[in-house]
Write a protein that binds this ligand. Structure first.
Ligand code: ADP
Ligand code: MG
Length: 240
């Protein structure tokens, strides 16, 4: 197991640079979007549709990036919530889309409360569960367990997917790092940022061709201080 502070602070500054670029690029693209809409009204053409849809993808990536790097811009308030309820709602979003993947869930302390930003946390668990599902090619299992350990609510998300090669572990959470053809590489960056803001911890264990387990620890019923994003925390483990 290794916690690499230097790497992690590097990640955070890469995120800040990326956010700066995203912000600058978003404005002209938004202008282009407006002019394309005008043009489409005056002189409709199928190529304009394509341009608009490509532009929407680009803007979605930029918005994602901005949310990851400056989550407080969303200005969501902290509230007391049951993480189990939020995670269950997320799992339900995926259930009807899964044929070959079995989903096992166990909420050992379903009433455990944490203090957090509901939508951001939902988004983080959405990203983690989506990755777990996407890691499985064909049949497999995703197991989500909620428990209490010391003063933390602990969530583990375990998949029987492709796993992550050792040399790629340290790249997790770097904005734009993806191994997927259609990936954005923004999911884990959002996850790390949100968990850090909540004074939580995240660790990952993975083995190629066996699977991956993400473990998230959130302080139980504790009002967290408002935090800037200075450092992201992740512990890596090569093997189960
Ligand atoms: P994306 O899903 O768009 O690729 P993410 O930030 O969510 O972006 O994930 C980045 C990369 O991390 C993925 O492309 C994949 O290589 C790796 N990864 C994340 N979660 C898992 C997982 N559960 N199993 C295997 N690889 C994973
Ligand atoms: Mg993802």
């Amino acid at each position: 197991e290794q916690g690499d502070d230097n790497h992690l602070s590097q990640l955070a500054s890469v995120g800040q640079i990326a956010a700066g670029i995203a912000h600058e690029v978003k404005n002209p693209l938004t202008a282009v979007k407006g002019f394309l809409q005008l043009l489409q009204r005056e002189k409709p053409h199928q190529y304009i549709d394509i341009a608009q849809s490509e532009l929407e993808s680009a803007l979605a990536i930029l918005n994602n990036l901005l949310q990851v790097s400056k989550p407080d811009l969303e200005n969501e308030d902290y509230q007391t919530l049951k993480l189990s309820v939020e995670i269950e709602a997320i799992l339900n979003l995926f259930l009807d889309k899964m044929y070959d993947i079995e989903m096992i869930t166990e909420f050992k302390h379903p009433d455990a409360l944490i203090y957090g930003k509901k939508n951001q946390l939902k988004r983080a668990f959405f990203n983690l569960i989506k990755n777990a599902i996407e890691s499985i090619d064909g049949k497999g299992t995703v197991t989500v367990i909620q428990d209490i350990e010391d003063k933390d609510v602990v969530i583990t998300i375990k998949d029987t997917g492709v796993g992550i090669p050792k040399e790629k572990l340290t790249l997790l959470g770097t904005p734009f790092f993806t191994t997927k053809e259609q990936g954005t590489g923004m999911g884990l960056a959002q996850v790390f940022s949100v968990i850090y803001q909540h004074e939580g911890k995240i660790s990952v264990e993975s083995k190629e061709k066996v699977g991956t387990t993400f473990t998230i620890k959130m302080p139980l019923n504790k009002k967290v201080r408002k935090r800037g994003i200075k450092r992201l925390e992740l512990n890596y483990k090569e093997n189960f």
